[in-house]
Each structure stands twice: as structure tokens, then as C-alpha cells.
Design a protein around this ligand. Sequence first.
Ligand SMILES: Nc1ncnc2c1ncn2[C@@H]1O[C@H](COP(=O)(O)OP(=O)(O)OP(=O)(O)O)[C@@H](O)[C@H]1O
Length: 240
Amino acid sequence: MIRLANVVKTFNAGKHNQFTAVNDVSVEIQPLNLTVLKGPSGSGKTTLLSLIGCMSRPSSGRIFLHGIPTRFAPDSEDSFEITSLPERFLNEIRRSTFGFIFQQFNLIKGITVLENIMLPAYPSGENHASLRKRAEQLLEMFDMQRQGSSKVEWLSGGELQRAAIARAMINNPSILVADEPTAHLDSNLSMEFMKIIATLKAEGKTILIASHDPIVYDSTIADTIIEMRDGRITNAGSEA
Ligand SMILES: Nc1ncnc2c1ncn2[C@@H]1O[C@H](COP(=O)(O)OP(=O)(O)OP(=O)(O)O)[C@@H](O)[C@H]1O
């Protein structure tokens, strides 16, 4: 599980525009589950995801991974505190443990779909041929073989979405984090997205999605809904 203990994130500390976006959050996110983080705009969902995903550090509080394999402890059932890690290990944990899907998908224009999918794996220094093979397998899994050599700007909305999911999967992460992944999709594509999420969950991924889309939080595959407001958790785990 991912366990947060009294996590606080304050921006611009000590300045006139100081703002606490995440305020004393303590919560447990169960492994192999789909957890949906729900709450109004500005409630702190993205900030919380970035703390969990090792993209930023809390101002105070601690975050632990329990029994989630990481590159440093592949079989560990132990507790592993990510908030105490030095920067380079934090980057390493982020790359190897988490896959990210962003609201705008953040695919890079001007390069091909295949190159986009391979990008998050480059820092690992993996042999290019084996990396390319893995990226091609992901394209195949998402029925996107034909688009591998296409530029991102040529893709349809659904293809963009699948390319973004494939990119998130390139390092075979145990935890998939998605921030408002359906915000720019119509209902059909949003349901399509949830089908892919169901498959990934069945394959053993731990999935955390921030969303105020009922297609996501009312989905039958959502295990737990965590509600946030004004940086605080207002409901830590209603059954979906
Ligand atoms: N780097 C920053 N500096 C100052 N304030 C910030 C920063 N990042 C986020 N905030 C503020 O923190 C609050 C929470 O933002 P956050 O993006 O986490 O909310 P959210 O729940 O994800 O919202 P949305 O649903 O609109 O994406 C917002 O008021 C935002 O303006």
C-alpha cells in the first residue's frame, strides 16, 4: 500500500502568497486496487498525486510504500519511506515504480509515437533495440502498430490517449497515476479508457486516478473513492 502520514504541501512558504494545497493528509491507498481521488477544482488532487508520484516533496509529513516492489527492493514486503530518499534515488523510484498519464497527455509533437513511448525509459540506459521492442509490444497491445511511425500531431483523440497509456507503461510500473485522464475525451473514449484501466488492474497494477468525471468515479472497477476539499481528505475511502 501507499501510506501517507500527516502530509503537508505549502507553496511559497514565508511569502505573502503562501498557500497550503495539501493540508495534513493521512491516508492509505491499497495495492492492486483502483483508487479514485475526487474533489472540486483546486482541492489539491494534482498536488497530492505529484507528492505520491515522487515529482515533488512534501513540506512535512511522510510517505511510505508497503509491499510494493521497487527497483531498490524488488521483492520487499517491507515498508519503504520515499520521503527520506535523496533526490537521485527519488528520481529512480519515480521512473521505475510509477507510470504517469496527464490531463493533456503531454506527448511531444514533432517526434513519432514510438519515440514518445520510449522516452521515459531513456534515462535507464537500456539497450535501444530491446527498448524499441518493448515499445512495439505496447503499441501492439493497444492496437496502435500502424501509428508507431506517425507524428503525435496526426493522431486522433483516442489514439493520443492510448499512446499516452502506452508511454506510462514503458517502464513496467507497479503504480499507474493518472490526473484527469478523461478531461478531454468524449464519453465513448472515456469508457474506452476505463476498459483499458480495467485490463491493467487485472494485470496487477495499482492505479490511482484524480478525476471529477462520473465515468471514472462511478465505474464498477473503482474500488475506493477518496474525497478531497481545500487540501484535506473529507472522505478517506468510501467503497465505490
Ligand atoms: N506551484 C504552485 N504554487 C502556488 N500554488 C499552487 C502551485 N501548484 C498548485 N497551487 C495551488 O494549489 C491548489 C491546489 O491545486 P491542485 O492543482 O492540486 O488542485 P486540483 O484539485 O488538482 O485541481 P483541478 O481539478 O483543477 O486540477 C490550487 O489553488 C493551486 O492554485
